[in-house]
Design a protein around this ligand. Structure first.
Ligand code: BGC
Length: 447
């Protein structure tokens, strides 16, 4: 048995996102988002599921907050639905939207839970998509205006802000792979969007500083780790191209002010170029207060011509897989955290998402999700190793507080430590909830 101990000031939390839990999709003046459109398009989401009701947290947030309070977390990461604030993406504000988030944030604070707010977790107002979405620079402008509204409205109340969640998903998964809304399949478009997202992030950070907003601001990129199958140069380079895309494409411009040249060249060979305009790189390279890391899985990769975007073939190694099919690879968590610290310095890091999909259902009132507990033990152990190594970890947000709408997988995949019955909306604490509660309260666990 080993005791895994965490630093005294470690912050423990859980995370969710608006479209995945709120429901109330057509209430109180909320405009449509690209996820309403996408999920209502036949064939896009498993079982034709949509977020119209989801966990109904819009109406049941008090119950959810009681679950958090009992869990003992000190921070909660949620996202704001942009179309609740600006139903058309810009222009007229919907006061009911602001009212909802005030009520919600007040309730968190009254219960001793600090809010961490993500401004964009994928629910772009459909009205903005209709004029080109993130491919149109006007969307960048609209985003900064929306962010400004939020900063002014919640100044002093919300002190932890995240501009964007997983820009790689917003650009390449949604616009090159086409698996997420709006579902395009165009490499140039996805690349344009990736750049515009970074500009939006940087200008939002600038606005935050200009306004003198209290608190800290960061963002939360993806970080799937790729380990080379062998140390053959071709395998190593193929894996590094994947890592360079996951990590460096979205972090180098922010921390260093330039894109990784090897990928710029790689894309150029495919006829794809970045739409950089004068001043963009300066706008992007704004000092941030923390880096959010979302980590779920790692892969073993091997060079194979004409495979994927980067000639990297995923090799099946027989690792355990979660119920969404992702290999359990805690060493990747250790590696990515070490890698970003080595590359970008000792930046404060919040683990803004980590967790596992296991679809265990209640049996006689309890949900025995032992595999999720094991996954969490493995990943928190990796986390304690990097902390010991000096990586500047400030906190950990478990994904997710509740089972919820898992994007293109609909309700077929469960990540929660609280089970949600989608017929009755009854919440039921899983074994992992009780296990995490002990970690949160003790600040250590035995493994
Ligand atoms: C996203 C979440 C999602 C989770 C599990 C992350 O990519 O930020 O919204 O539910 O992973 O897929």
């Amino acid at each position: 048995m080993t005791i895994i101990q965490f630093p005294k000031d470690m912050k423990w939390g859980t995370a969710t996102a608006s479209y995945q839990i709120e429901g109330a999709a057509f209430e109180d003046g909320r405009g449509l988002s690209i996820w309403d459109t996408f999920s209502h398009t036949p064939g896009k989401v498993v079982n034709g599921d949509n977020g119209d009701v989801a966990c109904d947290s819009y109406h049941r947030y008090e119950e959810d907050i009681q679950l958090m309070k009992e869990l003992g977390i000190s921070v909660y990461r949620f996202s704001v639905a942009w179309p609740r604030i600006f139903p058309n993406g810009k222009g007229e504000i919907n006061p009911k939207g602001l009212e909802f988030y005030h009520k919600f944030v007040n309730a968190l604070l009254e219960n001793g839970i600090e809010p961490m707010c993500t401004l964009y977790h994928w629910d772009l107002p459909q009205a903005l998509q209709d004029t080109g979405g993130w491919a149109n620079r006007d969307t960048v402008k609209a985003f900064v205006e929306y962010a400004e509204t939020m900063f002014k409205e919640f100044n002093g109340k919300i002190k932890k802000w995240i501009t964007l969640n997983e820009p790689l998903c917003i650009s390449y998964i949604a616009n090159y792979v086409g698996a997420h809304a709006p579902g395009n399949k165009d490499l140039q478009l996805a690349t344009d969007i990736s750049h515009h997202l970074l500009v939006a992030h940087g200008r939002t950070v600038q606005k935050f500083r200009e306004l003198g907003t209290k608190g800290e601001i960061g963002y939360a990129p993806n970080t799937t780790w790729f380990e080379p199958f062998s140390n053959r140069l071709e395998d190593v380079e193929a894996c590094y191209r994947e890592i360079d895309h996951q990590v460096r494409w979205f972090m180098d411009p922010v921390f260093i002010g330039e894109y990784p040249q090897n990928l710029v060249d790689w894309f150029k060979e495919k006829g794809v170029e970045l739409p950089i305009e004068k001043g963009d790189m300066d706008s992007i390279q704004q000092p941030i207060d923390f880096l959010g890391i979302n980590y779920y899985a790692g892969q073993i990769g091997r060079y194979k011509e004409n495979t994927g975007l980067f000639d990297c073939e995923i090799v099946e190694m027989g690792y355990d897989r979660t119920d969404i099919g992702w290999p359990v690879y805690p060493d990747g968590f250790y590696n990515v955290l070490s890698y970003v610290t080595e590359r970008y310095g000792n930046v404060p890091i919040y683990i803004t998402e980590n967790g596992a999909c296991y679809n265990d259902e209640p049996v006689s009132g309890t949900v025995k999700d032992a595999k999720r507990i094991k996954y969490l033990q493995q990943h928190l152990t990796a986390l304690s190793r990097v902390i010991e190594s000096g990586v500047n970890i400030k906190g950990y947000f478990l994904w997710s507080m509740l089972d919820n709408f898992e994007w293109a997988e609909g309700f077929s995949k469960r990540f929660g430590i609280v089970h949600v019955d989608y017929n009755t909306l009854v919440r039921r604490k899983k074994d992992s909830y009780y296990w995490y509660k002990k970690v949160v309260n003790n600040n250590w666990f035995e493994y």
